[in-house]
Write a protein that binds this ligand. Structure first.
Ligand code: GLC
Ligand code: GLC
Length: 826
């Protein structure tokens, strides 16, 4: 069952009913100002950091779900409704939400009044714009009163939800009914003391009235679904003194039959330099100059339309760097539009703010942000460069790293600290992706702080060396890397031993024994160690590269030996040196993570010709066959099977989830692409594409009532085959799945990937996609790649470049500005 449809031409998903199985959301803004917006206008806005600079309120855990947002109430002769359906829930004659790239358009119609609101954050602006078009679709004149609504958060989102003894006394606002550009409400809580920033909520016409006090607006004991002011049709002109500051402006609208009117609403974030904070000597009236400057830019509909057109043009430009035309529209819309869009969102948000992440718990994750770069670097390489340097600065001198940092301060987060032993190697992955994309080796010479301390700064190359060396110097009894608090799987906590309720599994180490080892990190070391060596070589350090390769070869042998269980790779060794992920166990026999990454790293790959007996006997093929058999179901590949049914003290959080959910045997989509890529390494594109389709939302659209979440973006997890509600997704949008499925689809299934010296063309997608064309812009040149694909297992590409057959699958980089034609036959 569907709740809407894709509009590929417009690059939109069109939701045709408010009654989706869960709020389906979108993100506005891609630089510093961000808003979350659901298909019912729920959500909130923040500047740079969802925890430290929250502009508006949203209540997680609310009943009903998804109340709190930017709303517009319509009073049509006493009939009060909201075009976004929520919060009033008056029945609509027509409802449609179009989520597009950085914008959302919600249309509601009732009793002859249609209201269409376009929400977006213009490029380069710290503001959410609403362009509201009200149309009289009836044959009688209409006299309406519109009421805007936002509720201000007191900036620090955590404090805002916990510190009521203070917060209910500090709220302050100013109202400017005759602003030069209409009417405006200013939220200035804490501006008198240490803050130099405020928010503005404005309309571009002279409002009839205002409210800034939430209780005056709703009336005592009322909610957002029956607020007194819109019901009465008259603003209360209330001023908030503490309690709950909000913003509402009322706008009268008279419309003849068929007539339309456009009104603009702005929510902006402004800062003043310390010495220009005030407009008066008594320091009571804020300096509104920057707000006026902002409002001047969106005073007319033409200005708003121009800013919106620019947003669309910038997305067209961004998406031109990788595009495919194939016979499969679902593949095309994911690769060309939605997956790249999600990569932008994950790059911006890391795992901070979604409908499943409160924006309070986590800032930017070290391993999350570095992996996000893999799917983002081709979009805006300069921003990837800046991110790499920011992340690297949170690395410790010994090569380990802060697990998270706050985007506002860019400083490591002490609450979570360090000790996740996979973290350092992801930095190598990100830098390798950046170098392959750009060829900009100057980044390796950048001086980058350790532990955010400039006195400890050294080159980025030195950071990579310490990342690599961290694994070399932290090995356990089998010669495998020590796991620390956890590796990629945050829930595999082998030194935690927690029996105290509420203790954090990620930060508790009750028994650090220096024994628990990770096979996953071993494979990861082989995979990214190869990049480290390749980079060292190109950085003029041949001896460093050679020494690294010796280490890598040793680790490869160790993984093949101590990491092998017979039919698959083991997952780890616990605190006592007992294997995890072994056929000998009753539960948790096989884990997905080491299988995919080992094959990606070439471990156990002795043949890539699936027709040979040697292939069948290889550890790589054996491991991936086991994955398919033991972990597979129609909804994807589970993380582990069978899931654990009882709590195991020596394993930590993984055993806390019911079997089939999250890390305990959920389909944790992030790691499915590792197997997809692994299958392409082995020349089994048909299997790779099959696995891809199982988790990719556009292919799941028809079962939206089961999947439950947005059909246009990946979710972190789909309940696995042991779950009661198998196939149900959770945690949409902010997941490493975005970057990794884009890598898998664009670089391995379609097979076009930048390498150090040229563009590799090596499609492995099976027979279902017999023909396609990829356009790839890299290092300033354009590659038009036409593929004829038999899909035969084991078949590899033969290439003609500008009409000349070449050996191998590497197309050398061409001069910027040129177009290269590649014909590929598989
Ligand atoms: C979450 C974390 C990520 C981790 C994964 C598996 O998605 O953000 O860092 O790798 O869970 O535990
Ligand atoms: C929980 C989640 C995991 C996440 C971790 C850190 O363990 O299961 O996915 O990475 O919390 O927040």
């Amino acid at each position: 069952m569907r709740f809407g449809h894709f509009d590929d031409e417009a690059r939109e998903y069109v939701i045709t009913t408010p009654h989706t199985p869960y709020p389906w959301i979108n993100y506005l803004g891609s630089q510093e100002f961000f808003s979350l917006i659901s298909h019912q206008a729920g959500g909130y806005s923040f500047y740079r950091d969802a925890r430290m600079r929250r502009l508006t309120r949203y209540r997680y855990n609310n009943v009903p779900t998804d109340t709190g947002g930017r709303y517009l109430y319509v009073n049509d002769g006493g009939d009060v409704w909201t075009p976004s359906y929520l919060p009033v829930k008056a029945e609509l004659d027509h409802f449609e939400t179009r989520h597009g790239l950085g914008y959302t358009r919600i249309t509601g119609e009732r009793r002859g009044v249609r209201v269409e609101t376009l929400y977006f954050v213009p490029n380069g602006e710290n503001a959410e714009i609403q362009r509201i078009t009200v149309t009289n679709t009836s044959d009688a004149a209409k006299t309406l009163m519109l009421f805007t609504f936002v509720e201000f958060a007191l900036w620090n989102a955590l404090d805002d939800q916990t510190n009521y003894q203070r917060n209910l006394s500090v709220g302050e606002v100013e109202v400017e009914m005759d602003s030069p550009y209409g009417s405006a409400i200013y939220h200035k809580t804490e501006y008198r003391e240490r803050r130099n920033h405020y928010a503005v909520h404005a309309v571009n016409v002279r409002a009839a009235g205002y409210d800034t006090d939430r209780e005056a607006f709703t009336g005592e004991y009322n909610g957002l679904y029956d607020p007194q002011v819109p019901l009465s049709g008259v603003s209360g002109n209330s001023i908030a003194y503490g309690w709950y500051p909000m913003g509402s402006l009322s706008v009268p609208v008279e419309l003849a039959p068929g007539e339309s009117r456009v009104i603009t609403v702005v929510l902006g974030y402004l800062e003043n330099p310390e010495d220009q904070k005030w407009a008066d000597d008594a320091h009571q009236v804020i300096n509104k100059a920057p707000a006026h400057e902002l409002l001047a830019k969106f005073a007319t509909t033409e200005q708003v339309d121009a800013a919106f057109a620019e947003l669309g043009a910038s997305w067209t430009e961004l998406l031109s760097r990788y595009s495919v035309r194939s016979t499969d529209p679902k593949l095309d819309r994911m690769v060309n539009i939605w997956n790249q869009y999600q990569c932008m969102v994950t790059f911006n948000m890391s795992r901070s703010a979604s409908y499943f992440e409160t924006g309070i718990g986590r800032g930017m994750g070290f391993r999350d942000s570095t992996q996000d770069i893999l799917g983002f670097v081709h979009l805006v390489p300069e921003r990837a460069r800046e991110r790499i340097l920011d992340v690297a600065a949170t690395q410790f001198p010994d090569g380990s790293a802060y697990h998270q940092y706050q985007p506002l301060t860019k400083r490591g987060n002490l609450d979570v600290g360090s000790g996740f032993n996979d973290d350092p190697l992801w930095l190598v992955a990100a830098v390798a992706a950046y170098l392959k994309e750009t060829g900009d080796y100057s980044i390796l010479d950048e001086q980058v702080a350790f532990d955010n301390d400039d006195a400890l700064a050294d080159t980025l190359f030195e950071h990579l060396t310490r990342s690599f060396q961290y694994t070399v110097t932290h090995k356990g009894p089998h010669g495998l890397p020590l796991i620390g608090r956890a590796d990629w799987n945050d829930c595999l906590n082998l030194n935690c031993f927690s029996s105290t309720p509420g203790e954090s599994f990620q930060t508790t180490e009750n028994q650090s024994g220096g024994v628990a080892e990770s096979v996953f990190i071993g494979a990861q070391f082989v995979l990214y160690g190869a990049d480290y060596a390749a980079i060292a070589e190109r950085y003029g350090q041949a001896d460093v590269a050679a020494a690294a390769r010796t280490e890598i070869a040793a680790m490869k042998a160790t993984v093949e030996d101590s990491g092998w269980d017979g039919k698959w790779f083991r997952r780890a060794y616990d605190f006592y040196g007992t294997p995890i992920g072994t056929d000998e166990d009753t539960e948790g026999k096989i884990f997905i993570e080491p299988q995919g990454v080992a094959v990606m790293a070439g471990i156990g790959v002795t043949s890539t010709d699936p027709t040979t007996p040697e292939f069948a006997a290889s550890k790589a093929a054996t491991a991936l066959d086991s994955v398919g058999e033991m972990l597979g179901c129609e909804h994807g590949l589970s993380l582990v099977y069978p899931g654990y049914t009882t709590y195991r003290l020596n394993m930590g959080e993984i055993t806390t989830y019911p079997p089939g959910y999250k890390e305990n045997g959920g389909i944790f989509c992030h790691n499915n692409p590792w197997v997809i890529i692994g299958e392409t390494v082995l020349g089994r594109g048909d299997r790779a594409f099959d696995y891809y389709k199982r988790i990719t939302p556009a292919y799941r659209e028809d079962i939206s009532e089961v999947h439950k979440l947005e059909p246009y973006v990946y979710a972190q997890m789909i309940a696995g085959k042991q779950a009661a509600r198998m196939g149900e997704a959770k945690n949409s949008f902010l997941t490493g799945t975005a970057a990794w499925t884009f890598v898998a689809a664009s670089q391995y299934l379609l097979g076009v990937r930048p390498d150090y010296e040229g563009l590799v063309v090596d499609p492995q997608i099976g027979p279902e996609v017999p023909e396609f064309t990829v356009t790839r812009v890299v290092r300033g040149a354009t590659y038009e790649i036409t593929v004829r694909n038999s899909g035969t297992p084991g078949a590899r590409a033969r290439l003609t470049v500008d009409g000349n057959p070449i050996e191998g699958r590497l197309v050398p980089y061409a001069a910027p500005g040129t177009t290269v034609r590649v014909d590929c036959t598989v």
